[in-house]
Design a binder for this molecule. Structure first.
Ligand SMILES: CC(C)(COP(=O)(O)OP(=O)(O)OC[C@H]1O[C@@H](n2cnc3c(N)ncnc32)[C@H](O)[C@@H]1OP(=O)(O)O)[C@@H](O)C(=O)NCCC(=O)NCCS
Length: 161
């Protein structure tokens, strides 16, 4: 059986939507809620990744692999009926042959993926923590660290000097 990579195009959007539906919360770092079909189409039309392929096994869509712009983060997802046949390992090997540093963001509970990536020579370099706001942004837009000054009541004097 042959594994091929085909650049993602509109004819793949239905398959990619079904792949998203398969994701469990521990596999899904980027978004918890399923996007609507319209959001899914708009997201893919915007070509969000540096490289983005449907993985074909003997011409049948079996998964997706992408690399992000900037950090070269690899995302790979194999559809359930095609798992444990060595497809992800073969595709990662092919990416590694490209000679560039790669990254992967994997949720702590996703141990099978961690096994896959560590067995391919990836090493843990950081833990990423998320804090989710429970309230909507204030009126007037998001608050970031724009010029800002408040009396710092909790500021302790330094022990040094
Ligand atoms: C993780 C995933 C990509 C693996 O794809 P796959 O094609 O089934 O993987 P392979 O057949 O190449 O397996 C490679 C290794 O992964 C590990 N692995 C994958 N699935 C596993 C499972 N269900 N149980 C135990 N180990 C597993 C094993 O170490 C395996 O090596 P082995 O078969 O020699 O034991 C696939 O399960 C998947 O798409 N999961 C959902 C999305 C995801 O978590 N992506 C990774 C984050 S980017």
């Amino acid at each position: 059986m042959d594994i091929d990579l085909r650049p993602v195009g509109p004819r793949d959007y239905g398959f990619l939507y079904r792949l998203l539906e398969e994701k469990t919360p521990e596999q899904n770092i980027s978004h918890r809620a399923m996007p609507t079909w319209e959001e899914h189409v708009a997201f893919n039309d915007a070509k969000p990744y540096a490289e983005d392929y449907v993985i074909l096994l003997s011409d049948v869509p079996a998964g997706r692999v992408y690399i992000t712009k900037g950090l070269n983060e690899v995302g790979i997802h194999i559809a359930r009926p095609f798992r444990r046949r060595g497809i992800a390992r073969a595709v990662l090997k092919r990416l590694q042959a490209g000679g560039e540093t790669l990254h992967a963001n994997i949720a702590p509970g996703n141990v099978h993926s961690q096994d896959l990536f560590t067995s391919m020579g990836f090493t843990l370099v950081q833990h990423t923590y998320r804090w989710e706001a429970l309230t909507a942004p204030p009126e007037g837009g998001r608050v970031r660290l724009s010029p800002w000054r408040v009396p710092h009541a909790d500021c302790r004097p330094s022990n040094r000097g």
